[in-house]
Design a protein around this ligand. Structure first.
Ligand SMILES: Nc1ncnc2c1ncn2[C@@H]1O[C@H](COP(=O)(O)OP(=O)(O)OP(=O)(O)O)[C@@H](O)[C@H]1O
Ligand SMILES: [Mg+2]
Length: 227
């Protein structure tokens, strides 16, 4: 379970709130679409969960534990339970499909034989069986994103975070990626997707968390106490 308790983030060099007084509880296995206009704070929420940045105020609990209490040296271990998917894929260009997925597995240090089977299983689940020897430049955007999904879930993370995963894809590829993300949630991972494209999830079962920026909510007193 992931709980945000009155989370506020001001980036160091700005006076404005990236996210303000955000509270929400996300249960295990939920498929969440995080929506809101550009600048609403969707990526900020994802980055907070990854511990790339720290909240200015408030607390974030993952399975009951306040993640701000995790020591720096334990952050890699914390991140091991999280799979990440980006808009711009971030595949290694000089590695094949297989190698890109396998590398994620090796970094996590899991055993070889069983996982080879797991990679084949994922490739066939995602319809990539024939493509495992190809390099990213030889794939379509939709295929690249499927490789990213496979890479994100190869180590059985309990949480998947995806920031605009369909941002560079056409409608059909987007619908397919959303369908796979929902499938991943149905298999038990908590999946949080920041997206502008709610309609690509038509017919899927999801919960939408819509961030609405209300101008000057909560009042300035809050802002002053932070300085
Ligand atoms: N590193 C940063 N330093 C300063 N301000 C930032 C930083 N990153 C984001 N912001 C600001 O925080 C606010 C929220 O940004 P964020 O990237 O979370 O929005 P978003 O909902 O992901 O938007 P988009 O839909 O365009 O991706 C914006 O006003 C943005 O300008
Ligand atoms: Mg964003």
């Amino acid at each position: 379970m992931i709980t945000f308790k009155n989370v506020t983030k001001c980036y160091e060099d700005t006076e404005t709130y990236a996210i303000r007084n955000f509270s929400e509880t996300i249960e295990d296995g939920e498929f969440i679409l995080l929506t809101g206009e550009s600048g609403a704070g969707k990526s900020t929420i994802i980055r907070l969960l990854l511990k790339e940045i720290e909240p200015t105020m408030g607390r974030i609990l993952v399975d009951g534990r306040d993640i701000s209490s995790i020591e720096d040296r334990k952050i890699p271990l914390y991140r091991r339970q999280i799979g990440i998917v980006f808009q711009d894929f971030k595949l290694l260009p000089d590695h094949t499909v297989y190698e890109n997925i396998n590398l994620a597995r090796m970094i996590a240090g899991s055993g070889r034989n069983k996982e080879d089977k797991k990679i084949s299983y994922l490739l066939s689940l995602f319809g990539l069986d024939m493509l495992y020897k190809r390099y990213p430049r030889e794939l379509s955007g939709g295929q690249m994103q499927k490789v990213c999904l496979a890479r994100a879930i190869i180590n059985h993370p309990s949480i998947i975070l995806a920031d605009e995963p369909t941002g560079n894809l056409d409608r059909n590829a987007s619908v397919e990626i959303m369908r796979l993300l929902e499938l991943i949630a149905r298999q038990g991972s908590t999946v949080i997707v920041a997206t502008h494209d709610v309609d690509t999830a038509d017919g899927l079962s999801y919960r939408q968390i819509a961030i609405e920026k209300r101008a000057q909510d909560i009042s300035y007193t809050y802002q002053k106490t932070q300085a």
